[in-house]
Write a new protein. Structure first.
Length: 259
């Protein structure tokens, strides 16, 4: 009788353990589902922000230029018979507007998806990006890459390019920096990207909070996209001491490993 009681108690303990493990598993699955729902919403928000920015550029930039071009051609047409000098002046201005609009369209196209990334790969694309910010924003950008350059697949190349592009855009808009260093290194089974600037710096928690509320840079969206690739992104900064955005990516053969 005593043995039966002990056996029943042992079975109850085992059953309690199984039920506890089941509850823990359900909780982990629920947390995982909530996490990926959050990631999906974040990626959707990033896509909508990019579409909103594109719509703004098309409307306020190219749209206004084309409207001005139409008016100039109409004025030149009206003046063609009786005021040929005025017509020539209007057509010359129309030509300048058309050339500027063509440049803006090509720049926008490259920002959306630079052809050089598909044609020549990540390293030339990053060098082109550095030249662009040096020419357009007077921002000195130095590059440090492992040689030979790390082999990176297409999706990860796009992500590294986008993180660098977004970081440089944030620096140009907010940091009041004069110099940026971009490095890409292979460390064991990881690739490490770092973008360091000598600008005004910030409070990282406040920067991520502003980003998550759609009031500032796309730091939160960048972090979520990096997480989708099994990596992690961080911002190290203090007011007045510059900033460093660093991202660590597992190489494709270790993509399932935790960073």
């Amino acid at each position: 009788m005593h043995d039966d009681t002990e056996e029943r108690a042992a079975l109850r303990r085992k059953l309690d353990d199984v039920l506890l493990q089941q509850r823990e598993l359900i909780e982990r699955l629920q947390k995982g589902q909530d996490y990926f729902q959050h990631l999906a919403r974040s990626v959707w928000r990033v896509q909508e922000d990019e579409r909103r920015r594109l719509a703004h550029e098309l409307h306020d930039g190219i749209g206004h230029s084309l409207t001005a071009l139409i008016h100039l051609v109409a004025q030149a047409t009206d003046a063609l018979g009786e005021r040929p000098d005025e017509a020539r002046d209007r057509l010359a201005r129309a030509r300048d507007v058309a050339q500027s609009t063509l440049k803006d369209t090509r720049d926008l196209s490259r920002l959306l998806r630079p052809q050089i990334l598909d044609d020549l790969g990540l390293e030339p694309a990053l060098r082109w990006l550095a030249r662009t910010y040096q020419d357009d924003h007077r921002l000195a950008v130095s590059l440090e890459f492992d040689q030979p350059f790390p082999e990176v697949d297409g999706d990860l190349s796009t992500l590294i390019f986008r993180v660098t592009q977004e970081s440089l855009s944030n620096i140009a808009k907010h940091a009041a920096a004069t110099h940026v260093n971009v490095s890409l290194r292979r460390r064991s089974i990881y690739l490490t990207l770092a973008i360091r600037d000598d600008g005004a710096g910030c409070d990282p928690e406040a920067a991520f909070a502003a980003s998550s509320q759609g009031r500032s840079s796309g730091l939160g969206g960048m972090r979520d996209r990096v997480r989708l690739f099994g990596g992690m992104l961080r911002l190290d900064s203090k007011p007045g001491e510059g900033s460093t955005v660093s991202a660590q990516f597992p190489l494709p053969s270790t993509a399932g490993a935790a960073p």
